[in-house]
Design a protein around this ligand. Sequence first.
Ligand code: ATP
Ligand code: MG
Length: 162
Amino acid sequence: EIVDFNLFLNRIIDRFEMTHKDEVEFVRDIPDTAVFTEIAVDKMGQVLDNVISNAIKYSSKENKKVEFHVKQNRLYNRLTVRIKDNGLGIPASKVDRIFERFYRVDKGRARKMGGTGLGLAISKEIVEAHDGRIWANSVENHGTTIFINLPCETLEEADWDE
Ligand code: ATP
Ligand code: MG
């Protein structure tokens, strides 16, 4: 399915905002113009649901903030979405392991939080099946940023109507 990724992402954030607006500040730096991507909407929705849920779940207790940034690289027909939280962060030595199945940074904490530790492993599979990449940057006690890079089209919206 070909969708405007910016619209798709905005709708997902809207949904989180409705259920978490008293608890989390959502900041959007998303272009007004359309960026078309060919995605399995359900699957990519599952990826974003997990990444955003993680950003909220592993955030610091006060002043939870999740920032979204979308940037299109027209030269290479790729887009990068960045989802940044100001939460607990992940030690540098462990950050690359969070995409492994069942891997959880803090087992004690994870048990209390619930979940299975599969979210990011599944997300990685889905993103790679879209010819995309997913990776993380994190600073312990400061926060985590998840990056997702995907193919996109440079065609203008009008071109799709022909
Ligand atoms: P599930 O997604 O299956 O419900 P989960 O959230 O524990 O469980 P993943 O989404 O795969 O599993 O994340 C794996 C681990 O990576 C988490 O348990 C957590 O330790 C760490 N992690 C993921 N996202 C963040 C984040 N935004 N900040 C801090 N740690 C994170
Ligand atoms: Mg998760």
